[in-house]
Design a protein around this ligand. Structure first.
Ligand SMILES: [Zn+2]
Length: 407
């Protein structure tokens, strides 16, 4: 028997398919074997006994013998390509395909973000597309697709190989910001999940830290974005670099008080360094001094539950509120007090008068008199000091008869 034209094909899992022509008494047969390791686990032949269950026909046996001889002559085992090498081929091919495809793509994809603002969080929702925009349902998957140049279908009319170059130029700074933030978030998540194999949850929104808010609004300056407040009301706001036109209203309240209020529609976003105020047209990025000045005021104004955007002050605390709060914020807002004369709450200046006297060469007498307008008192002796004059701390200071040295 003569075995000729042996071909051997290695498959992925260490299997080898061996085929040859076997000549037997002037006739030629096609014999083939499947070999795993050094065992034949399947065989067939074009002869009459070729597919018998009773064992290999002489042609297959001859082929197996010839193959083994050939292999031992070749030295060593057949090699199967490793999973790593296959991954390399795949990744480089995909990357190359993505590059070539994106060069031909004239997709000109735009990105659009909506900003969702509530008391604690600022979240971004991302849409992309050309004419029609599609919601990105999983931002982590989007970042992954950008990383690998993956082809993703968003809808009937939108599918593309993900690559920075398919996005319109105006969207690229936002794209870079989003990818950096999403990847940062995913890395953090993976570190926390190190021991577990649970799948990463779908990332519908990107939550912005205070630092990220400052960066985001800096990038978006001059553009118009959709905002949604905690009530679910939407508005389009232009991101402006100017300080806001904030109006603070002061009116009489009840028998002896004042009510201070701001527009209930005011959108307040706090960044790490900046404060952002949204009316119905603009989101104003406050500069540093403005952010610092209005920060405390707005923090408190927004914090009252059921009574947000307003606060009340008793008349007796108004001089201090006027002096310490209203005068400070007045440089960055308009105070609309209508018929209420805020100047009347202007505290009168404290005057101190010291009289010295002596009735003996070894003695000196000091007599201090303090006065607010027409009201004057002796700080050391007067024990029934009216509360209205004790205004160094809101609520008054406690009078301590045993310790007159506090004055
Ligand atoms: Zn045979």
């Amino acid at each position: 028997m003569k075995v000729s034209q042996i071909t051997a094909n290695a498959f992925w899992k260490g299997e080898t398919g061996v085929k040859a022509l076997v000549e037997d008494q002037g006739k030629e047969y096609k014999a083939s074997l499947h070999i795993k390791g050094s065992q034949v686990f399947d065989y067939s032949c074009s002869c009459a006994q070729g597919n018998s269950y009773r064992g290999m026909c002489p042609h297959c046996q001859a082929l197996f013998k010839a193959y083994e001889e050939q292999e031992s002559g070749n030295q060593g085992k057949p090699v199967t390509t490793s999973a790593q090498a296959r991954a390399m081929i795949r990744e480089y091919t995909n990357g190359e395909v993505a590059r070539i495809m994106s060069e031909g793509q004239e997709e000109q994809i735009s990105l659009l973000v909506s900003v969702l603002v509530n008391r604690r969080e600022v979240k971004l929702e991302v849409k992309l597309g050309r004419d029609r925009l599609y919601l990105v349902k999983d931002l982590a998957a989007f970042a992954d697709a950008m990383d690998h140049g993956t082809y993703v279908e968003y809808g009937k009319n939108l599918a593309f190989y993900h690559n920075r170059s398919v996005f319109v130029t105006e969207s690229r700074p936002l794209l870079d910001f989003l990818l950096e933030s999403i990847n940062g978030y995913c890395e953090q998540y993976e570190q926390m999940q190190k021991s577990s194999f649970s799948a990463r949850p779908v990332m519908r929104y990107l939550n912005l830290s205070k630092t990220a808010r400052d960066r985001f609004f800096e990038i978006m300056k001059g553009t118009t974005l959709e905002f949604e407040d905690h009530r679910g009301d939407k508005r389009q706001l232009k991101i402006s670099g100017r300080n806001p036109d904030l109006t603070v209203t002061a009116v009489r309240e009840g028998r002896d008080g004042v009510r201070i209020s701001i527009d209930k529609k005011l959108l307040v976003v706090k960044g790490e360094n900046r404060l952002y105020l949204g009316d119905l047209k603009n989101l104003s990025c406050c500069d540093q001094p403005c952010s610092e000045t209005l920060g405390v005021f707005l923090d408190q104004m927004m914090s009252g539950y059921g009574m947000e955007c307003e606060t009340v002050i008793n008349n007796k605390d108004m001089p201090l509120f006027y002096e310490r709060v209203l005068k400070r914020i007045a440089s960055y807002c308009t105070i609309d007090s209508g018929s209420l004369d805020l100047e009347s709450f202007k505290p009168e200046e404290l005057r101190a008068r010291f009289d010295f006297d002596s009735d003996d060469p070894s003695k000196l007498i000091l007599r201090p008199t303090l006065s607010y307008g027409t009201y004057s008192f002796q700080p050391v002796e007067d024990e029934k000091l009216p509360r209205t004059v004790c205004r160094d701390v809101p609520g008054g200071i406690s009078h301590q008869p045993d310790d007159h040295k506090v004055f």
